[in-house]
Design a protein around this ligand. Structure first.
Ligand code: NAD
Length: 295
């Protein structure tokens, strides 16, 4: 069994770390939030006083942090503490450029690096059914695989450094677009006098079918259970979607690719968040779309 440093024990990180403990690994955890650290201590995670301490003597160090700034600052802190040849895997969602810098710093230090952002949300983290999209060398990916197997149901090596983040933002740009499209279709249908249930029966089995309709329907009481049935509590918060839609546009800018619907989805999520809905589930944008009048 391995010793694993786990830094960032928030909504996602804590259940992921707990699954590693349940599989028999020794997990050394650190989070700047002392309440979360105390909660981790109650789950057989060894609590550390700093990120450096969590990295000490670990074969693998996993980061699950809110943004690139936190990832790069933690990486600088832990580098002097990492054992030769150890693996540092970043599962946070960050921009592609920062992910590539993360890999370059690890390579220079003689360490293995993987960027492995996830899909599947908090329930996936708890149930160990996450999908990991990975970037890095074959050797680093192979080293990471036993841990990915424990924390998720599926993992794919998408390419070299930053490829996991590239795949993640392409997927989430599409998700932002399809969720808004789904909201628009239900809003229009309702104004045309259709019952949402009837529209769901059609769209979930016809050419409009997509994940926001079939799996995560934004209309309360329609389709499988989703955040819409729980007063739009996240789930996946609007501000996290806003972050990912922004990262997609940032990446599109660096390669000169125009993504008009992705750019528009970012604008709509920005407006929706500014209306005070940043901490609601991202599917709640249907409520805001319902109220939009044709100008
Ligand atoms: P979160 O805010 O709940 O957890 C992040 C944790 O990092 C917090 O507990 C915070 O205290 C800690 N932290 C911040 N800076 C730190 C530092 N310098 N050192 C140590 N700890 C520090 O966020 P989350 O929902 O767990 O998401 C984590 C990452 O996963 C994000 O990048 C997010 O975009 C991504 N993600 C989240 C979801 C989701 O549904 N929540 C889904 C897929 C991907």
């Amino acid at each position: 069994m391995a010793t694993i440093g786990f830094i960032g024990l928030g909504n996602m990180g804590l259940p992921m770390a707990r699954n590693l403990v349940a599989a028999g690994h020794q997990v050394q955890g650190y989070d700047t939030n002392s309440d979360l650290l105390a909660a981790a201590g109650g789950m057989d995670i060894i609590t550390c006083a700093s990120a450096g301490d969590a990295a000490e003597d670990a074969q693998a160090i996993i980061l699950m942090l809110p943004n690139a700034e936190a990832v790069m600052s933690v990486l600088e802190t832990i580098l002097p503490h990492c054992a030769a040849g150890s693996l540092v895997m970043d599962c946070s969602t960050i921009d592609v450029e920062s992910a590539r810098r993360f890999h370059a710093m690890l390579q220079e230090a003689g360490l293995l690096g993987v960027d492995a952002p996830v899909s599947g949300g908090v329930t996936g983290a708890q149930a160990a059914t996450l999908t990991f999209m990975a970037g890095g060398t074959e050797q680093a990916f192979k080293t990471a695989e036993p841990f990915l197997d424990i924390m998720g149901a599926r993992h794919v090596l998408c390419g070299g450094s930053g490829a996991g983040q590239s795949a993640k933002i392409c997927n989430n740009m599409l998700l932002a677009i399809t969720m808004i499209g789904t909201g628009e279709a239900f809003s229009l249908g309702q104004k045309l006098g259709l019952e949402p249930e009837a529209l769901f029966q059609i769209m979930s089995t016809s050419s409009g079918m997509c994940w926001p309709i079939n799996t995560y329907c934004p209309v309360p009481g329609v389709g499988p259970n989703s955040p819409a049935d729980n007063d739009y509590k996240p789930g996946f918060a609007t501000d996290l979607m806003l972050k990912d839609a922004g990262l997609a546009q940032q990446a599109a800018e660096t390669v000169g690719q125009s993504t008009p619907l992705g750019a528009h989805a970012l604008e709509l999520y920005r407006e929706y968040s500014a209306s005070g809905a940043g901490d609601k589930d991202f599917s709640a944008i249907i409520q805001w779309l319902n109220d939009l009048q044709r100008g």
